[in-house]
Write a protein that binds this ligand. Structure first.
Ligand code: GLY
Length: 254
C-alpha cells in the first residue's frame, strides 16, 4: 500500500485549551503553528498531496484530524468521537472527505469511536476499547469492514488514551509497542520493537511509503527504527505532545 494524499487541519488558537492529561506545561500556540507547518512539509516531502483544512476555533482538538475519520481504500467512515467537546468535529470533515469518496459511512450513537483507536496492518484492522471508543462503536466498525472483506480484532485496553498511543504498525510485519501492549498476545506473530517507557511518545511513529516519521527527542527509538531499515524523518511535535497528540493524530493518510 502506498499513500498519495493526506488531510490535515490547521490548529486554531483554542488549541491551548485542548484536552490533556500530559502535565507538560502550557501550549505555545505560535510554536504549535510552526510545528504543524513543518509536519505538512514533511508529508509533502514524502510525496503526499496535502489538503490543509481551515482552523476550527470552536473545537480545540480539531487539529487531531485522525480521530474523526477512517479510510480503507475507497471507503470513508466518519467516526463519532468519544469526547463530548470533540463531537462536532465530524461535521466539517464530511465535505473534505466527499472530495475523495462518493459516499461515506458513519459510526452512530450509542457507538463512539476515535480514529486513534484504530490500527490497520493491511489485511486486518485492530480497534481498542478505550475511554473514547466503546463496544457499540467497535461493532459498527466491524459491520462496515465486513462489507469490504476486512477482519476486525477488538483489543481490550487499560492505560493508554488511544490504541495508537502505544502500538503502531510500520510494514512488513514490523510493529512498535510500548507500555500495556509490549507483551500483548494479540500481536505475538509480529516483529515487535519495544519502545522504552521514557520514549513512549515515539511509539506513535508513522510509516509513510517506506519512510517513518518519528517525533524529535527520542534517540533510542529513532535508532531502533533505522536499524529496521527505514529512512527516518524527524518532526518536532512537542506542542502537540502537551495535548496527548501524537504524529498520527495530526493527519489522515490515504
Ligand atoms: N487532546 C487530544 C484528545 O484528547 O483527543
Amino acid at each position: 500500500m502506498m499513500f498519495t494524499r493526506a488531510i490535515v487541519r490547521t490548529p486554531a488558537p483554542s488549541l491551548v485549551k485542548g484536552i490533556s492529561s500530559a502535565d507538560l506545561g502550557p501550549v505555545d500556540f505560535e510554536r504549535a503553528l510552526q510545528q504543524h507547518a513543518d509536519y505538512v512539509l514533511a508529508l509533502e516531502a514524502l510525496g503526499l498531496a496535502v489538503t490543509v483544512l481551515d482552523a476550527e476555533e470552536a473545537y480545540p482538538d480539531s487539529t487531531f484530524v485522525e480521530d474523526v475519520a477512517l479510510i480503507f481504500g475507497a471507503t470513508g467512515i466518519v467516526t463519532n468521537p468519544g469526547a463530548l467537546s470533540r463531537n462536532g468535529e465530524t461535521i466539517s470533515i464530511r465535505p473534505a472527505l466527499l472530495e475523495h469518496f462518493s459516499s461515506l459511512s458513519y459510526i452512530s450513537p450509542p457507538g463512539t469511536l476515535d480514529g486513534g483507536d484504530v490500527m490497520s496492518t493491511g489485511d486486518c484492522v485492530y480497534v481498542g476499547l478505550s475511554s473514547r471508543t466503546n463496544r457499540s462503536g467497535a461493532e459498527q466498525l466491524g459491520v462496515h469492514l465486513q462489507k469490504i472483506g476486512l477482519e476486525l480484532v477488538v483489543v481490550e485496553m487499560k492505560e493508554m488514551l488511544h490504541l495508537k498511543t502505544g502500538v503502531n504498525y510500520l510494514d512488513q510485519g514490523n510493529l512498535l509497542v510500548t507500555g500495556e501492549f509490549v507483551e500483548a498476545p494479540v500481536w505475538k506473530g509480529f516483529n515487535r520493537t519495544t519502545v522504552v517507557r521514557d520514549e513512549a511518545y515515539a511509539a506513535n511513529s508513522v510509516w509513510i511509503n517506506g519512510s517513518v516519521l518519528v517525533p524529535a527527542g527520542f534517540p533510542q527509538t529513532t535508532s531502533a527504527i533505522e536499524q529496521l531499515g527505514y529512512q527516518v524523518v524527524v518532526v518536532d511535535t512537542s506542542e502537540f505532545q502537551k495535548l496527548d497528540g501524537g504524529l498520527s493524530c495530526l493527519s489522515l493518510r490515504f
